[in-house]
Design a protein around this ligand. Structure first.
Ligand code: NIG
Ligand code: FE
Length: 358
């Protein structure tokens, strides 16, 4: 028995897929080049805007159920493939609805700064201001925003632009996450720490100073090994340094159509060990206790303790490390979400059979 697993970084709701880019990358084209030439996030934005509400909901529910089958009881879901107010709202509504329809808890993150949409190509500043002002206010007022996020990267948004959104969120009392150091070190981890963000995510490129800032601020490092694997990156996050500094390490799938078409938290745990050198205990803690911390919910979920919510995963294993050791196996044999055994039917009244069997 473990705490229900927590996937604290996903982009679960989107239209289409990016299998053609997968093929292109295998022929040597880089993720950055694809993004710069209008593919990447932009292509998912087109597919997401074109999709019906029904299509978005159905495909996201399938992915959610795959995660849930592996003992996941809480999923963080980011928007960011709409990039216009109406489309962003739709993604957050689908995320919210999944949480009411399925036995899983959903945390909704407004990833307003993910890519610059084409219609704002000539006006970056206006886009950043819209996102951080009226869009954020509208979505928050509708109860659709538990936190904000920004992709702070040379192919996405600058430190200054990211800070505008983070400060606006702070004004509304909303916590933040930052996509930091995925492709380069721009100092995004320092910014996340300075703004008191809950987490800085990716962190393949992280300086010693960035690492110290995260430690000092208590910002969680969310590591995403399946994205690292998919993009065939070669510089892993500085795990030894993060550990030494006392930074909490969380692990998540980053489920998204581009850099991590992954719906297996157990595979993420496996890769956290094999690619990043975490111990199985660290990896497991990364998808429970530390993931709860990354969502600002350690008071409520992430460990099995009296007074916390009864989110529990049941496994047919002999040692916890087996959860990290297997690839493609699913030893989950039961899940309790909010105290209720998932899939259980109400107990039928015990009436004796009319004719006792021979
Ligand atoms: O976490 N880095 C930004 N966002 C996603 C990728 C999005 C995409 O490629 O569609 C990530 O890797
Ligand atoms: Fe991501």
């Amino acid at each position: 028995m473990t705490p229900g697993l927590i996937d604290c970084h996903t982009h679960l709701v989107y239209g289409g897929n990016r299998v053609e880019e997968f093929e292109k990358r295998l022929c040597g084209v880089s993720y950055e080049d694809i993004a710069r030439t209008g593919g990447g996030i932009q292509s998912t934005v087109q597919a997401t805007r074109a999709a019906t509400h029904e299509e978005l909901h159905t495909s996201a529910a399938i992915r959610a159920k795959r995660l849930m089958a592996e003992g996941v009881t809480t999923i963080e879901v980011k928007s960011g493939y709409g990039l216009e107010l109406r489309a962003e709202r739709r993604l957050l509504e689908v995320a919210r609805d999944l949480g009411t329809e399925l036995p899983v808890s959903i945390k909704k993150t407004f990833l307003g700064l993910h890519a610059l949409p084409r219609e704002f190509a000539a006006d970056r500043q206006d886009f950043v201001n819209q996102v951080s002002g009226p869009w954020l206010e509208t979505l928050a007022a509708a109860g659709l925003v538990d936190a904000v996020d920004a992709f702070c990267e040379n192919i996405a948004f600058s430190l200054a632009e990211t800070e505008i959104l983070l400060q606006a969120a702070k004004q509304l009392g909303l916590p933040a996450h930052v996509h930091a150091g995925q492709l380069s070190d721009m100092g995004a981890a320092e910014l996340a720490a300075k703004c008191g963000a809950l987490s800085a995510d990716h962190l393949e490129y992280l300086s010693a100073a960035g690492c110290r800032s995260l430690a000092a601020a208590g910002t969680v490092a969310v590591l995403l090994p399946t994205a690292y694997f998919t993009l065939r990156q070669t510089t892993p996050p500085p795990v030894a340094r993060l550990r030494e500094a006392g930074v909490a390490l969380a692990i998540a799938t980053d489920c998204n159509p581009g850099s991590s078409p992954c719906t297996s938290i157990l595979l993420a745990l496996n890769m956290a060990c094999t690619l990043f050198g975490l111990t199985p205990e660290e990896a497991l803690s990364g998808a429970t206790r530390q993931a709860a911390r990354a969502l600002g919910r350690l008071d409520d979920i992430g460990t099995l303790e009296v007074g916390k919510r009864a989110d529990i995963a049941l496994w047919r294993i002999e040692r916890p490390a087996e959860l990290c050791y297997g690839m493609g196996a699913n030893p989950c044999v039961g899940v309790v979400h909010r105290g209720k055994l998932r899939g259980s039917q109400p107990t039928p009244p015990r009436t004796p059979p009319a004719h006792s069997p021979r």
